[in-house]
Design a protein around this ligand. Structure first.
Ligand SMILES: [Zn+2]
Length: 197
């Protein structure tokens, strides 16, 4: 994390606990007091944080120039839900769900309706399903990608991970050996093969 960002203060929108962003990177971006997950995270299949997409909004923040956040209702997966008041409708209260745009699976599904051969969308949606631990759906998308491009070792690895994690170690091991046939020095594939086989 960049030093300037690491020392930036962040106040938990739920309990008011103040931390620095550097401290929060040490707690997996969970509030040290109330344990709320405070950021939208890009997680690697093994759970390590690859990137912070954004931080939760707090009381008083304005969304889409219209909805004023009153409080955080919760955070599950990568969606956060807020209680907001609608400033265009005399402060009518409603719940608002926030998904970081680049993580929105429905976008990929829409793109795939328009063009079923749009491999990037399918690859990304599969990755998305993987994050949500929807292994069957992830495997379906990865298999479609691999049918078009069998040497895509990144996708082979993700499908192997989905297989291994959902109890289909034999199929996972097969994908990992295929990777090692293409990239004999792929350490990630070797490590997963040891766990999976
Ligand atoms: Zn908190």
């Amino acid at each position: 994390m960049h030093a300037a960002i690491a020392t930036e203060a962040y106040t938990c929108p739920k309990c008011g606990e103040r931390s620095t962003k550097g401290q929060l990177s040490q707690t997996g971006f969970h509030c040290p007091r109330c344990t709320l997950e405070l950021a939208h995270l890009d997680l690697a299949p093994n759970g390590t944080v690859r990137q912070v997409h954004g931080w939760l909004l707090g009381p008083g923040d304005l969304v889409q120039g219209r909805y004023r956040v009153t409080s955080v209702l919760g955070k599950g997966g990568f969606a956060a839900t807020y209680l907001v008041t609608d400033e265009r409708l005399q402060g009518k209260r409603r719940a608002l769900k926030e998904l970081p745009r680049d993580l929105y699976e429905a976008d990929f599904s829409k793109a795939l309706d328009l063009d079923p051969k749009f491999l990037d969308a399918r690859r990304n949606r599969g990755t998305e399903f993987l994050r949500q631990k929807r292994y069957e759906s992830a495997i379906d998308d990865f298999s479609a990608v691999l049918a078009a491009d069998g040497d895509d070792t990144g996708t082979l690895y993700k499908r192997a991970y989905a297989y291994c994690t959902s109890g289909k170690g034999t199929l996972g091991a097969k994908d990992l050996r295929a990777i090692l046939g293409i990239e004999p020095k792929n350490d990630d594939a070797k490590a997963l093969l040891r766990e999976c086989a």
